[in-house]
Design a protein around this ligand. Structure first.
Ligand code: NAD
Length: 277
């Protein structure tokens, strides 16, 4: 998986080209983040994903980026909680209940977490999500003090403050996925055990990017989640420490979901039209 390529589209957002190869397939995801689109009723994350046969180069499928991205982003948040949250952690705070926040909440619920507190900039998305999952709507400060806290906002202002921190929490920070976005106050970062999905991406454009640029966080302080899952690195060390997972989103995660969708189509459990190119 080479690093993703960013193409800025100021002042509205950016495009990303995300390639990955594995298990006999290769993919390219051409995807946006246009954070202000939702104010106009348009998706923040949109585009197309091309899935090819890695042996012949033949194009096998074209998939909708929004769906694949939501599925893998939500799954990454839940997996980070399963791997890093303290034993007995159950309650959830979701700050930002838009497309990807809602999927993070659904996956956490599916993994047995909850009930949760849902927070959004305007009431309706939080109310809808809370009703769907049997959770409740609350204030930002309430959500930020739950056992597992997921942030999926456009990253324009901190939504987890130093005063929110409680011993043993797990924070999954998803909204900041390009340089300049941030959801967590710097003193929180400085006190957490830090994890990320992939160091280069996180250091260059994730929640950690600001702290890395300021020289406050270096490579040796940050563990990749995959290394913990593979048994190559230590995860949580005590029930007291606060773990923070910085998710920037990886093409290899998209590949996992895209392969599953393709297989479901081959098995006949997903319908899709065949197109001649
Ligand atoms: N880490 C990843 O893998 C990944 C994947 C997809 C999207 N993202 C990022 O996540 C962010 C959200 O994406 P989305 O597709 O869910 O967008 P979305 O617009 O559907 O949801 C974000 C919502 O957050 C709300 N919001 C803004 N400020 C808030 C605040 N202070 N408190 C609570 N809610 C607030 C907005 O009203 C907005 O609707 C974007 O920055 C996007 O680039 C990250």
């Amino acid at each position: 998986m080479p690093p993703e390529v960013y193409l800025e589209s100021p002042p509205n957002g950016d495009f990303r080209a995300m390639p990955a190869r594995g298990e006999g397939f290769a993919l390219l995801k051409w995807v946006t983040s246009f954070p202000h689109n939702s104010a106009h009723g348009l998706p923040v994350v949109t585009g197309a994903l091309l899935l090819s046969d890695a042996g012949t180069g033949a194009l096998r499928a074209i998939m909708d980026c929004g769906s694949i991205t939501s599925l893998r982003t939500g799954a990454a948040a839940a997996v980070s909680a399963q791997v890093l949250a303290a034993d007995g952690a159950r309650s959830v705070g979701v700050i930002g209940c838009g497309v990807n926040g809602a999927w993070a909440a659904r996956y956490l619920a599916a993994a047995g977490y909850g009930p949760g507190v849902c927070v959004h900039a305007v009431p309706e998305p939080a109310e809808t999500l809370a009703e769907e999952l049997g959770w409740r709507v609350g204030a930002r400060g309430e959500a930020a003090t739950q056992d597992v806290v997921v942030t999926v906002t456009p990253g324009e202002q901190p939504v987890v403050l130093g005063s929110d921190q409680r011993a043993g929490q797990h924070l999954a920070v998803l909204g900041a996925d390009v340089a300049g976005k941030s959801e967590v106050e710097l003193p929180v970062l400085e006190r957490c055990r830090l994890f990320c999905d992939e160091w280069q991406q996180a250091a260059g454009g994730g929640e950690l990017a600001g702290a890395v640029a300021a020289g406050l966080v270096s490579r040796d302080r940050v563990t990749q989640l995959g290394d913990v899952i593979a048994g190559r690195a230590e995860g949580r060390r005590s029930s007291e420490e606060v773990t923070l997972f910085d998710s920037t989103g990886l093409a290899i995660q998209d590949l996992g979901i895209a392969m599953a969708v393709y297989e479901a189509w081959r098995q006949g459990s997903v319908e899709a039209p065949a197109v001649a190119l």
